[in-house]
Design a protein around this ligand. Structure first.
Ligand SMILES: Nc1nc2c(ncn2[C@@H]2O[C@H](COP(=O)(O)OP(=O)(O)OP(=O)(O)O)[C@@H](O)[C@H]2O)c(=O)[nH]1
Ligand SMILES: [Mg+2]
Length: 487
């Protein structure tokens, strides 16, 4: 919890007390302030105001599942211009070291992470070290490893503004475009490191301009570099990090510059220039966390989803008698006696119009999108449980068409409540499609929960087996195709 503690000692005011008194000021996170607002969740009231609560920004945001990040590889270190200088060796050979490569930006999935909250908007790896005299090359810059939760989808987006390198390259193609002297000087400074008092343009009569030769050499290399970048850029990165430890190199660091021995030729024995390191690659990516759980609980606010998760798993989500108690997803693990495990995701409540951003919106459905089994948690003591189910199904379809075709199950919660619960349950059973099983439970008093967990296990085991079968089938087909190709 965000808590700012400001203390001041005021001995003159509290001198009558023996111990000094500390004046304390608490600043509560924004989420607390929103609670009272969120409880009034009628559609009309929130329809046009937009969803603020789930998309809380800044410090008040406890859980982040979508973020845009700019990643930049470290710049390469500069090459060094240096000559061997020793006693009785007045004009020794060039011995400047090359610059080190910049570090890469790596994204790695880690089971220890559960939110993207810790990520900054700009991630830059360390630059490579510059080369030194006596042939000492610079060290490679440290890689920057960004750890994200398992289930994060990394998607590259095309940034609007063109990169500097690209602009330069395009302008080079344009023959009519003439470079001013100042521009040329700037470019030269960007690319070259010169020996003190070296004048590369001064050519002795009858000699070749060695610096021009070196520039041509680097132009060729630049062209190749730009071509490689452009061909690589065509394929945008899109990867789903579903396993612990899975990683991807997002941007590479820039190459280090060449030290002056690189420009040594048979004619020119003392090149007085070295190159600067290249800039690191930049990319902008969207990171979207889609929780991987076997079972996803969906329901209206206050239906008892969190209570149910607490009853069947090791998780202890907050449960309270007001709407939108849960503000971000929770994942719990159901442990069976034979060490079999299932993961269950509890998400905030859905209401009618969530696809139009009413209440908390419906973006959090990304956390049940991958679930093998969807569990509709319905309050049977409510006035019209069947209508609740229809609302849920409507909103799921609005989020992703076809999502309701997923294997599902209905938990008729709060069956313990006296009054309408019994009749409503009978009515619900008659109204709902027979293919979807209905299990009455009382999450609060843990009644019929054992039966529910065994049904959940059976269903998930069946789905897992089916998926295995499909995978095997696909592998077989692939093998057969390869075999055919060989023949
Ligand atoms: N009588 C009875 N009350 C229940 C049962 N299950 C949950 N409740 C109560 O219903 C209220 C809401 O429970 P939660 O688990 O917070 O509901 P939720 O679906 O997670 O709500 P949100 O997080 O706001 O979407 C709490 O006061 C629970 O004690 C039940 O089986 N029987
Ligand atoms: Mg809840």
């Amino acid at each position: 919890m965000l808590l700012t503690l400001r203390t001041t000692i005021r001995p003159q005011l509290y001198s009558h007390l023996v111990r000094p008194v500390y004046r304390t000021k608490y600043v509560f996170p924004i989420t607390n302030q929103f609670h009272s607002a969120i409880t009034r969740f009628e559609e009309e009231e929130f329809a046009h105001k937009g969803s603020v609560q789930y998309k809380l920004r800044g410090k008040g945001r406890q859980f982040v599942d979508f973020i845009r990040v700019k990643a930049k590889g470290g710049d390469g270190g500069n090459g060094c211009v240096s000559f061997q200088r020793e006693k009785y060796l007045a004009k020794g050979p060039p011995n400047g070291g090359n610059g080190g490569r910049g570090g890469n930006v790596i994204i790695r999935a880690s089971a220890d992470e559960s939110t993207l909250k810790r990520l900054g908007r700009m991630c830059t790896a360390k630059p490579g070290q510059s080369g030194l005299g006596s042939g000492r090359h610079g060290t490679i810059g440290e890689h920057l490893v960004i750890e994200v939760p398992v289930g994060t989808v990394v998607r590259e987006i095309v940034s609007e503004e063109p990169e500097e390198d690209e602009e330069q390259f395009n302008s080079k193609d344009d023959e009519e475009y003439e470079i001013s002297d100042e521009e040329e000087k700037r470019r030269r400074e960007e690319r070259w490191v010169l020996y003190p008092r070296a004048e590369p343009d001064a050519v002795r009569s009858g000699r070749v301009n060695f610096f021009e030769q070196a520039e041509k050499l680097m132009d060729e290399e630049d062209k190749y570099h730009q071509w490689r970048l452009r061909t690589e850029k065509k394929e945008l990165v899109e990867i789903d990090l579903t396993e612990d430890g899975q990683e991807i190199v997002l941007t590479r660091g820039g190459a280090g510059g060449y030290g002056n021995p690189y420009f040594l030729t048979t004619e020119n024995r003392s090149p007085k220039w070295a190159t600067r390191g290249r800039k690191g690659e930049t990319k902008e990516v969207e990171l979207e966390l889609k929780t991987i759980a076997d079972i996803g609980l969906v329901g209206l606010p206050n239906a008892g989803k969190s209570t149910l998760l607490g009853a069947i798993s090791n998780a202890h989500p907050k449960q309270a008698n007001y709407a939108f108690t849960t503000l971000h997803p929770f994942v719990g693990t159901v442990d069976y006696a034979d060490q079999y495990q299932l993961t269950v995701a509890d998400i905030p409540g859905l209401i009618r119009g969530a696809h139009r951003n009413v209440g908390l919106g419906h973006a959090f459905l990304r956390h049940v999108e991958r679930a093998k089994l969807l569990v509709y948690v319905i309050d049977v003591s409510g006035p019209n449980p069947y209508e609740d189910l229809q609302t849920l199904q409507y909103e799921l379809e609005a989020y992703r068409p076809g999502l309701t075709k997923r294997q599902s199950l209905i938990v008729a919660n709060k069956a313990d409540k006296a009054g309408t619960a019994k009749d409503n349950l009978a009515l619900l059973q008659s109204q709902v499609d027979k293919s979807i099983p209905i299990i009455p439970v009382s999450a609060r008093y843990e009644k019929n929960v054992i039966k529910l967990t065994s049904v959940l296990r059976k269903e998930v085991e069946r789905i897992r087996a089916e998926e295995e079968e499909i995978k095997k089938q696909k592998l077989k087909e692939l093998d057969e195709d390869e075999y055919d190709d060989d023949i």
